[in-house]
Ligand binder design. Structure first.
Ligand code: SF4
Length: 150
């Protein structure tokens, strides 16, 4: 069975920053021929509930910045992602939650250091690791749109 890495909140896991989920039954039905390998870097690294974070372009790199205290949160997320794909080296498909600073593939909001919105096509830090590894990667909404299910 082929494996798909899927944002855990889309499977119904209550791991969102606010302790809620983003259960997507349509997506789960569509992926029924896959073995789903759920992931949630933010729950693993920071627990749930937790303060939100945003992607900020500091000129050299896009970082995850805490909205609570401005701290840089990128390193543990990137480490989680690298460890995840090392452990699951046979993942063929990555589907991330849209607009998440960790999981978005091409739908993340990216700000400058003054918190002005630069664009809304950014890549979350875990999705970036998937793309860098050459794994086919989709935002969940784009995936469903491509199948004419949204
Ligand atoms: S980090 Fe990803 S998997 Fe976890 S709650 Fe946010 S969008 Fe969902």
């Amino acid at each position: 069975m082929k494996k798909v890495a899927l944002s855990a909140c889309l499977t119904g896991c209550t791991c969102r920053y606010d302790g809620k989920e983003n259960l997507n039954i349509t997506l789960l039905k569509e992926l029924s021929s896959y073995e789903i390998v759920p992931f949630c870097p933010e729950d693993f690294c920071f627990g749930t509930p937790r303060p939100t974070m945003d992607l900020v372009d500091n000129g050299d790199k896009i970082e995850a910045i805490s909205n609570k205290d401005g701290s840089v949160l990128s390193s543990p997320i990137e480490k989680y992602a690298k460890d995840f794909f090392k452990k699951n080296s046979d993942i063929k498909l990555f589907i991330g939650k849209d607009r998440s600073p960790s999981c978005a593939v091409r739908s993340g909001k990216v700000y400058d250091k003054e918190k002005n919105l630069l664009h809304t096509t950014g890549t979350g830090l875990m999705a970036k690791v998937a793309l860098d590894l050459g794994i086919e990667s989709w935002d969940s909404e784009d995936y469903l749109i491509s199948l004419k299910l949204l």
